[in-house]
Design a binder for this molecule. Sequence first.
Ligand code: CA
Length: 650
Amino acid sequence: MKKCFLLACAVCAYGWVEAATVEISSPDKKLVVAVSDDGGRPSYTVSYDGVVFLEQSPLGLRTNVGDFAQGLALAEADFKSEAATVSYDMRSIKRSHVERQATQAVCPFTKDGKRVMDVVFHVSDNDVAFKYKVYPQRDRLCAVVTEEATGFRFPSGTTTFLCPQSKPMGGFARTSPSYETSYTVDDEMGKNGWGEGYSFPCLFRTGDKGWVLVSETGVDSRYCASRLLGHDGGLYTIGFPQEGEFNGNGTVAPGIVLPGETPWRTVTLGTTLAPIVETTVAFDVVEPIYEPSRPYEYGRGTWSWITGGDGSMNYDEQKRYVDFAAELGYESVLVDAWWDSRVGHEKMAELARYAASKGVGLYLWYNSNGYWNDAPQGPRGLMDRTPARRREMAWMRQAGIRGIKVDFIGSDKQETMRLYEDILCDANDYGILVIFHGCTLPRGWERMYPNFASAEAVLASENLNFSQGACDAEAFNATLHPFIRNTVGAMDFGGSTLNKRYNAEDAPDHGSRRVTSDVFALATAVLFQSPVQHFALTPSNLRTAPKWAMDFMKNVPSTWDDVRFIDGYPGKYVIMARRHGDKWYVAGVNAQDETVEVKVALPMFAAGQTVDSYEDDKQLKGSLVERKLDKNGQLKLSIPKNGGVVLVGD
Ligand code: CA
């Protein structure tokens, strides 16, 4: 009986029989998005070169002023599509000048004859971004979005490269979720992480056809950040934050004004990993929310905490790291936790003056809390609300502090996005750069907030200090980040240690042991992109590390003009290139037992050109030699397990 009713309904009731469909093509026509209202439910497919990458996937959202996921009709007559050019300059992302063609389209949906929602698309040659625009409903000028239908349905045989979203208020001092979980690679679909879905960005391999990266961008205080929930049948859907996040405070269902828009959902795809490594979609579709209050200076720095721990938090040791930074020609020092009680504000201002006299700026660590973590590290309670924060930032400006590192913000709720935005906005008023740690993924923030520098949102270098297991898995993880986490935003990893063991003086008898090579450390300084890099170097490295390694670390830039994928496979090895000015850096690392032996084309160099090559022998002993490309512009690279390679040439 029920079945009959549904059947009758589908045939005659609301004119759903003939689904309307519109197509949006990329400028090169290879990528095609087909949007439909099949069965009254908005949906889309994505194909590339005639191959389906996303099967019919749901669109739409449910709100407290109407259900915009069913009973809808695509108003084909009002469909609009036009060519657009995206052009902007940014020194803090993977490419300093972006110039891209795109197709912008508006797919209007009606319900009961009235336009209720648009799905707005921005399609470039290898990227699809879409967002919803919801219209006022009678006298309702605001709404709560209770659920999104938005999904991504992959063909069977697709495998996944994902890290699970943590449960709320777990981990160290109840600071999760903070995007610090381990990836599984080439895993089958049909799972849901630890029961709470997956953290963005999410990488998929559609058999031998290609690769797909799903993420989101443009998230600010006007919505929550979301995660990806796994279902059966190859379907993944947008999930809102978990109830318990932020100590239960703040809603999981974002509130929007009407007319109002959601953040962009992004899909980047191609037959190789190049479009994913090189994508700028996270920045292409967002706009600056405010102007920079001054030109911000990025750069490299030193950081005592990563090898010296809390014990290194005293004036003399921090001064020693200022001297070390100055000796390396670095731009900054990151002063980590407990400085407020162990150095104090007055002495910190003195240290800032001393550092400035050597051309070095200071970044100061702050606990983000608030009521949302139990972390005892100070300074506490200075970043959680406007009056305290602005008073502190006024002091920073007076003391000449360059930036802050705000830690332990475990939530994706809209309430938490407001905190992120408030910190960034206030910091800009005082000319201060912001790094977040123990935090969410930055979603377009480099462009939206000009003083946003970087964010952790990864199992970063601290874990190499904490556990031998993390050291043993260092190469494995390093082959993932250039394909996943770091493709959509700056990643503050804090690595490239040249210590043999994780302790302040590189003593041979304690601390977790690095199993990767010196060249590997150099390579990750190139592979991991962040406009501000605080490397895990120690003053003792000036005596103990090879001179060629320290010379490289002195000269390696932290900002880049261009990026190229060369070869690799997530979890196995990666070889990619970044350009700074006229100089190209080709960097690779290998996590596999067998040595990677590949002949690669290097079009950034000339055929027959000689380049500097930092490379490892089978025992992971590094050296600096010269290598000459062959007449076809190719070079054979050899990267042993846990080893690396870096080529530098202009
Ligand atoms: Ca952390």
